[in-house]
Design a protein around this ligand. Structure first.
Ligand code: NAD
Ligand code: UD1
Length: 344
């Protein structure tokens, strides 16, 4: 049982992770500025965990770039044993338009968080990184030994933080750090009470499909039918967000128990799925037809990303076990019950 600080805990992956951690008996303080989320997600997390929100989950509205907000989070409810750092910006296209903002929030924000951890004598950290740091590999599955090749500011800022953490470990004893490179998290908690609530038009495939299914958007545009993949559409390694949330609980427990760092870990299923395969599974599982049209490739897209997650299995005993059908049915349970997300 630990007391943990969760930055960005109100967001998509953070909220599901908070639930798993609360159910595991941990007490939490969440620091979030709600730039891309709503406090309602945490209220529902408290409800699902069957705890009053004010009980074992404290919520601080604040910014990771503000040392006073960080100090409040570290002192709100006693000594913090470890931090899971989700807070950040994640849209690739936006990062190309606004690179300085991405370097500020993702890199400067992470640096200020680390300095606050030093001030408050906390040296256990799980960091959200991304499979997009691998760029456009030509062989699969992608293991952690692959060369990194960040092709846009979003990936560059995530890799910069990974390097900052590596240098920190080397320079100062006592740090216990885990860098987790996620593939494509999708779906929602099976209750349909918490899920992904994108602002505006979704960038990603799954929320776009569920919004077409709920008739908020007329059709799905498939970005490219001419990729060098078996059916010509892009292939990705989708994993259920609850599997991903469980990986975080295992990673922080491992760090607290072993008192040393973990190597970089990929988190995925090891199985790539094309856009058409996802559509077919979603239609079969919901009984809904998804209108679609083929359009040109999206700038910055790659043909295929498929991860090897054997290292996470060996070290943490973790595997992404939930099926594509569960990703579809749980994502649809969330979208159909909350067509406008936390705005309901
Ligand atoms: P999200 O946007 O839903 O959650 C991020 C949270 O951080 C939000 O609640 C947002 O309000 C908060 N936040 C943003 N800037 C902040 C700041 N300056 N101070 C305090 N809080 C701030 O995103 P997510 O999908 O849950 O992703 C969580 C993390 O995982 C991000 O760091 C993202 O880069 C990384 N990641 C996500 C994916 C994905 O596909 N969703 C893939 C790989 C990596
Ligand atoms: C995108 C980001 C990636 C980020 C990930 C998770 C880009 C170029 N890449 O990845 O860096 O880590 O989100 O946030 O933005 N697709 C369609 N129509 C749509 C949406 C998507 O056909 O409306 C296709 C894409 O071309 C791709 C697949 O669906 O083949 C998955 O797309 P998406 O969900 O955006 O994930 P990534 O491209 O992996």
């Amino acid at each position: 049982m630990a007391h943990l600080l969760i930055t960005g805990g109100a967001g998509f992956i953070g909220s599901h992770t908070c639930l798993v951690l609360l159910q595991g008996g941990h007490s939490l303080v969440v620091l979030d500025n709600f730039a891309n989320s709503s406090p309602e997600s945490l209220r529902r997390v408290g409800e699902l965990a069957n705890l009053p929100t004010a009980g074992r989950i404290g919520v601080i509205e604040g910014d990771i770039r503000n040392p006073a907000d960080l100090d409040r989070a570290f002192t709100a409810t006693g000594h913090v044993d470890g931090v899971i750092h989700f807070a950040g910006l994640k849209a690739v296209g936006e990062s190309v338009q606004q690179p300085l903002r991405y370097w500020d929030v993702n890199v400067n924000g992470s640096r200020l968080l680390i300095e606050a951890m030093q001030r408050h004598d906390c040296r256990t950290l799980v960091f959200s990184s991304t499979s997009t740091v691998y760029g456009e590999p030509q062989t699969f599955p992608i293991s952690e030994a692959f060369t990194t090749n960040p092709l846009h500011p979003y990936a560059q800022t995530k890799l910069a933080v990974e390097w900052m953490l590596q240098a920190l470990e080397a320079s100062e004893p006592g740090w216990c750090i885990s860098r987790l490179r996620y593939f494509n998290p999708v779906g929602a908690h099976p209750s349909g009470r918490i899920g992904e609530d994108p602002l505006g038009i979704p960038n990603n495939l799954f929320p776009f499909i569920t919004q077409v299914a709920s008739r908020q958007r007329p059709l799905l545009r498939i970005f490219g039918a001419d990729w060098p993949t078996p059916d010509g559409t892009g292939v990705r390694d989708y994993l259920h967000v609850m599997d991903l949330a469980e990986a975080h609980a295992l990673a922080i427990a491992w760090l607290l128990q072993h008192q040393r760092s973990l190597p970089v870990l990929n988190l995925g299923t090891g199985r790539g799925l094309s856009v058409l395969e996802v559509l077919q599974a979603f239609e079969a599982c919901t009984g809904l037809a998804i209108p679609r049209e083929f359009v040109a490739r999206r700038d910055g897209d790659v043909a295929k990303l498929e991860g090897c997650a054997e290292r996470a299995a060996e070290i943490l005993g973790w595997r992404a076990n939930r099926s594509l059908e569960q990703m579809c049915s749980d994502g649809w349970a969330w979208q159909s019950a909350n067509p406008r997300g936390y705005g309901c």
